[in-house]
Design a binder for this molecule. Structure first.
Ligand code: MN
Length: 744
């Protein structure tokens, strides 16, 4: 739930309120904050917010957010002046050097850091937004990584700044609201989570969600408010019962409270578990805070004694903290009325870290000198380790790079073990190859196989927490170019990918041309095009004039097999469609006839989600394909692939469409044609492969002529990458000569 604080918009803020919020300031600190306020008030004197309020209210609000978290006076002073350098000019110009002489290095450096982060501006139009988002995200992450080397308070001030801007987002233009809310949900909320600042994270999520999905937000909010009184009464009973039990067992000084859930987390849980609101909210949540760690386990025992524990719901994040250093015991029980209750148990110290994360390090403690804090150093080192990465490669779009980076940095982590029992943490989805590169670059290069718990696994095996991994290496030799092909799933982390690329880039040109030719030949063979598609045509499709240059790039790992097969499939499809264009047009009389009856969700039309549309039945786009919308008469927008020949020649009936949020559950129909030498068991082999990829076949047609079998299948799958992987795998089935995506 969004915490109500004095820094909410509409509440008058002033210096006195701020100072009173910080208890027991020394006269020196009081003077420091007052001077910072006066500096900011002077610079922003004739500036106003979009809301019409004087600009200084924003500075006070940001400082208040930090004061709520009880941050130290230097952070508060920097928060007051965070916009001073950027927004001052002419006679009132204030530089970082001015701040350095007036307020000292620490404060000047924080303001400088925030100013630099601010130099990445939000783009204005939806088009600009789409093309720039990835690059901007990337730059943010890079700048934040640098920030960690100077002072983490820069990021904390920036988060507070974003939080206040989100609270006052209502005054912005709608497009701008969407862009800022999206960026907040993509970058700032995950960052707050990574830093462990739960308070800011949950409010940022709720505010973004409110702008991105106003309807859903309102529904959940209403539902939360509706049964509130009744729920609170019930919780009071539960808490009382638990308190009596704890006191009876000698635990007097515990704090027990109902735990509010925020709207975004309720929604995510509804999505994840595919259940309705009642089901989620029927679960009540209690938090118990105790003095000492041992008492946590005592309370756990008493809770399990009082109510029936639900098997599989107990997690000990004290013995094994989460990757953002969160510690607590989690369990779930059923009370005597059959209601489910989630219980969190932690100490005050753990609680402080859970609420404030890394910011807890700078909490203002009276009369206590800041000491070296090994835990804090460890956390910063860990964050820096997560953020370490090289530069994106020229053939990789910023979007791909950012996706990989985001999943490395923001995503879930797993913990696996070396044969000696050392813990290694990796992003979820990592494979033995990622593990090998994590241990040592050279082990990665020479990795040829892997064992998990002593059993041989394939190199695309997805590691799970608790796996013990043993890498089998060769004496010499290098990595495989296949590892760079995302369709094959050998490598998940950006770091491993870069090390492989680096290895190939160091090879000489002749070697690269040779291995490039091998990769290209193999892709052509898989697609059954060895004789019909010349190298020149593929090279030209990548806009590279000389075939040898192209092969050298492939051999250097700058272009991977997956990109080649996608490009070839694309060329093939275009040729095919050029042939079919005339007949289709004559038959269908225009694209509006080719409607799929189902209405799916997940595309944004002209930057807007939630509009009525249907997926075209002629070209069957899947997430990853470029899109174009055709405005039909009376049936909303039909979504085609951007290069679908059926789009026709009426530009004013076309509209921009991009993929929005598509749920992992959603499946898209894709017609596929397979050509193979007929043999017994062929169909079974193909269907096994398809089933392994967890894909449905909704239509199957088989024709056999001479000894050649042609299968026409409709596959139900999630996205372009999924399609690429299946095509690659099917093409490896013995006898198969060609696999390709077709039009209807
Ligand atoms: Mn600001």
């Amino acid at each position: 739930m969004v915490a109500a604080t004095s820094s909410q918009p509409g509440v008058a803020l002033d210096l006195e309120t701020l100072l009173n919020e910080l208890p027991k300031l020394t006269p020196h600190d009081r003077a420091l904050i007052t001077r910072a306020y006066e500096k900011a008030a002077w610079v922003h004197a004739d500036q106003f917010r979009k809301s019409g309020e004087p600009y200084i209210t924003h500075c006070l609000a940001v400082a208040h957010i930090l004061a709520d978290m009880k941050l130290d006076p230097e952070a508060i002073a920097a928060a007051l002046m965070h916009d001073v350098v950027e927004d001052s000019k002419d006679q009132k110009k204030v530089t970082v050097e001015d701040l350095r002489s007036g307020f000292g290095d620490t404060i000047a450096n924080i303001v400088d850091g925030v100013t630099k982060l601010d130099q990445i501006k939000t783009e204005q139009t939806p088009e600009q937004r789409r093309s720039r988002t990835a690059e901007r995200d990337l730059e943010y992450i890079r700048k934040m990584a640098l920030t960690l080397d100077s002072d983490v308070r820069v990021v904390i001030v920036k988060l507070a700044d974003r939080l206040h801007n989100m609270r006052t987002l209502g005054y912005m233009r709608p497009e701008k609201q969407q862009a800022i809310a999206r960026e907040t949900l993509d970058i700032f909320a995950p960052l707050a989570n990574r830093l462990g600042i739960w308070q800011i994270k949950s409010e940022l999520e709720d505010l973004s969600f409110r702008y991105l999905q106003p309807e859903t937000y309102r529904q959940i909010d209403d539902a939360v408010n509706e049964g509130r009184a009744e729920r609170e009464k019930y919780m009071a009973g539960v808490i009382e019962e638990l308190r009596r039990e704890l006191v009876r067992n000698g635990l007097q000084d515990t704090a027990i409270s109902g735990r509010p859930k925020h709207i975004y987390s309720i929604w995510k849980k509804m999505e994840r578990k595919k259940v309705n609101f009642e089901k989620i909210f029927d679960v009540r949540a209690v938090r118990v805070i105790v003095e000492q760690r041992e008492q946590c386990y005592m309370v756990l025992g008493l809770v399990h004694n009082l109510w029936r524990p639900i098997p599989g719901e107990f997690d000990d994040y004290i013995a094994q903290p989460k990757d953002n250093f969160y510690q607590s015991l989690h369990t779930a029980v059923v009370d005597r009325n059959g209601k489910q209750i989630e219980v969190q148990i932690r100490t005050w110290e753990m609680h402080e870290h859970a609420e404030y994360g890394i910011a807890a390090h700078w909490r203002y403690k009276e009369g206590r000198k800041k000491q070296k804090d090994p835990d804090f150093e460890k956390r910063v080192a860990y964050l820096r380790h997560l953020m370490e990465f090289g530069r994106g490669q020229k053939n990789e779009s910023p979007a791909e790079f950012v996706d990989a980076m985001k999943s490395d940095f923001f995503g879930e982590r797993i913990y696996v073990f070396t044969p000696k029992g050392d813990i290694v943490d990796l992003p979820a989805g990592s494979t033995p190859v990622d593990f090998a590169y994590h241990i040592h670059t050279d082990i990665g290069h020479r990795c040829r196989g892997a064992k998990v718990h002593g059993r041989i696994v394939s190199l695309d095996y997805q590691l799970k927490t608790g796996d013990q991994v043993d890498i089998i290496t060769s004496k010499r030799g290098g990595p495989s170019l296949d590892w760079l092909n995302p369709n094959l799933g050998f490598v998940h982390t950006q770091r491993a990918r870069e090390k492989i690329r680096y290895w190939y880039r160091k090879q000489n040109r002749a070697n690269n041309i040779t291995s490039g030719r091998e990769v290209l030949d193999r892709e052509l063979k898989r697609l059954g095009l060895v004789d019909s598609m010349p190298y020149e045509q593929v090279s030209a499709a990548f806009s590279i004039e000389h075939v040898d240059d192209f092969l050298a790039q492939v051999g250097a790992g700058d272009i991977n097999g997956g990109q080649i097969s996608n490009k070839i499939l694309d060329l093939e499809r275009k040729e095919q469609e050029a042939l079919e264009r005339e007949t289709l047009k004559a038959r269908a009389g225009g694209p509006s006839q080719l409607l799929d009856s189902t209405v799916a969700t997940g595309v944004e039309i002209n930057g807007e989600a939630g509009l009525h549309y249907s997926i075209a039945n002629c070209c069957h786009p899947v997430p990853g394909d470029k899109l174009k919308g055709f405005i039909t008469r009376g049936r909303g927008v039909t979504v085609h692939r951007a290069d679908c020949p059926n789009l026709g020649q009426e530009p004013d009936r076309l509209t921009d469409v991009t993929w929005g949020k598509v749920s992992h559950e959603q499946r898209f129909s894709v017609p596929v044609e397979i050509t193979a030498y007929d043999r017994s068991g062929l169909m079974k082999d193909i269907s096994t492969m398809v089933a392994e990829e967890r894909v449905n076949m909704s239509e199957v047609n088989v024709g056999v002529r001479n000894t050649i079998a042609t299968f026409r299948l409709t596959l139900e799958l999630t996205d372009l990458q999924h399609l690429g992987r299946i095509l690659t795998r099917i093409s490896g089935v013995p006898g198969v000569t060609e696999v390709r995506r077709t039009s209807a």
